[in-house]
Design a binder for this molecule. Structure first.
Ligand code: FAD
Length: 120
């Protein structure tokens, strides 16, 4: 997308879900207590500052009902799928089959390779 193109709730939403599902796919299988707290804090802060006010407001409500589950990588990926489906429900979109979340979303291999290069 060019810098002159306007960002709307749809493009913002699509990009953000890509980020959030990729984040969940990269989350450790067995996270430490600190990693679990960090991801819970992050999702709660994220819901406060998401730059689409009505979306942020309804997402705060959604995660109040179903708080972030960062107990394991698969638990976090399933939680992300569930809360995305809650948004889908609210805006009349089809629900996604959460058993397929691992097929749709994976870790960003190029990002990992880039990170390794930066670490050299
Ligand atoms: P998106 O919903 O953006 O999804 C992108 C892709 O993810 C889909 O093409 C599909 O392949 C996959 N996918 C769909 N559902 C799931 C799932 N459950 N789990 C895993 N993968 C899935 N818009 C509003 O109009 N009102 C709102 O209140 C609102 N709240 C939002 C709250 C948040 C936190 C975010 C990130 C976005 C919100 N949006 C809201 C935007 C909305 O969710 C969509 O991103 C936008 O409408 C574009 O939809 P899309 O059809 O391109 O697919």
């Amino acid at each position: 997308m060019g810098a002159e193109e306007e960002v709307g709730p749809e493009t913002l939403g699509r990009s953000t879900w890509t980020f959030l599902h990729t984040l969940a796919a990269a989350y450790p299988l067995r996270p430490s207590k600190e990693e679990q707290h960090r991801v819970q804090r992050f999702m709660k802060d994220f819901a406060q500052i998401y730059p689409c006010a009505p979306c942020a407001e309804s997402f705060q409500e959604i995660i109040k009902q179903d708080p972030p589950d960062g107990r394991s990588g698969p638990a976090f990926a399933q939680w992300m799928c569930r809360v995305h489906n809650e948004v889908n429900k609210e805006i009349g979109k089809d629900l996604f089959d959460c058993s397929k979340v691992g097929e749709k979303w994976g870790v960003c291999e190029q990002c990992t390779a880039h990170r390794d290069k930066l670490d050299d």
